[in-house]
Design a protein around this ligand. Sequence first.
Ligand SMILES: [Zn+2]
Length: 298
Amino acid sequence: MHVTRREFTKQASLIALGSLACAQLAKANTIYTVRKGDTLGHIAQRHGVSAAELRRANRLSGDLIGVGQKLKIPGQGAATTAVASARNPYLVQAGDTLGGIARAHGISVGELKRANNLSSDVIRIGQTLHTPAIVNSTDLLTHVRAATAKIAVRRDNWQRIVVHHSAIKYGNAKKYDAAHRRRGMQNGLAYHFLIGNGIDSGDGEIEIGPRWTKQLLGGHLKSYQLNLSAIGICLVGNFEQTQPSKKQLAAFTQLMDWLQGDVLKKNTQFAGHRELKGEQTICPGKYFPLAAMHARYD
Ligand SMILES: [Zn+2]
C-alpha cells in the first residue's frame, strides 16, 4: 500500500513547517562567520567547496578575509572537486589543512597522520596523502541482507539515494517512527534506513524502516515527485555540531555499496538532502563528508 497524495500533502506541509527531524534546522543559505586563524582555503575545504567557488559566491577578488566577516557558503554542486575519493590518494591543494582533509574524509587527524607516517601537522601543496578507507572489516549488514531477501525490491523504481542527518542527538527508528506518525504520516518513519549513533540505538546499527520492507515511497523530501523514487538513509545526530561516528560512516558506506552494487545493480544517483533543488535545508550538516561520498558514489 502506498501513501495517498492527500497524506503526502499533509506530510509536505508539515515538513515545510520544520516538523521532520532533519528539516528542523532548514535554511536556504549557510552563512559562516570567519574566526581567528581561518583561511579562505580552509573554510572552503571544511564545507566541501573549492576556494574559487567560495570567492565567486562572495564576490571576493582575492583570498583576504577578516575575523567576523560573514561568508555565504554556496551549495555543493557537480563542480565541487576539492576532495578525492576515500579510496584514492588525495592531492594537497592551496589552503588545505590536515584537519580539513581528515574531516572531509570522515576520519580523525590522528588516523590521517598514521596512514601517511606524518610526525607533524605540516603538509605542502602537491603532496599526496593516503586517506584510509572508512569501511572497516566488521559486516554491519547481515540483518539488512536477511530482511531484504524476503521482499521483492522495486529495482526499476529507485532512481536515487539521499542521505540525511536527524539534526538531533537522540532517537532511533521506534522514536522517530512514533514522532512521524503523530505528525500525520501514516506510513511512519520517513526514511527507509536509520543509522544509530550509540545513544538510543547501537553505534553504526542499521535499522530498517517499514518503507523499505514494504517498498513504499519515502517521506523524507519536500518534493512528492522525488519521494516516489528516492531511498532515504538517515544518520542519527546533528552534523552541524559534530561529525558522524566512524561506525556510522562504516555502516553508511557498507549500505551504499550494497544498495548500488548487489541490490539495485546500477549507479543510482547519490545526493545529500540539501543538494536537491527546492529542498531548502542544510541537511545532512556541514560535518557529513559529502564530497568524499560523491567521489565514491558518483
Ligand atoms: Zn534531510
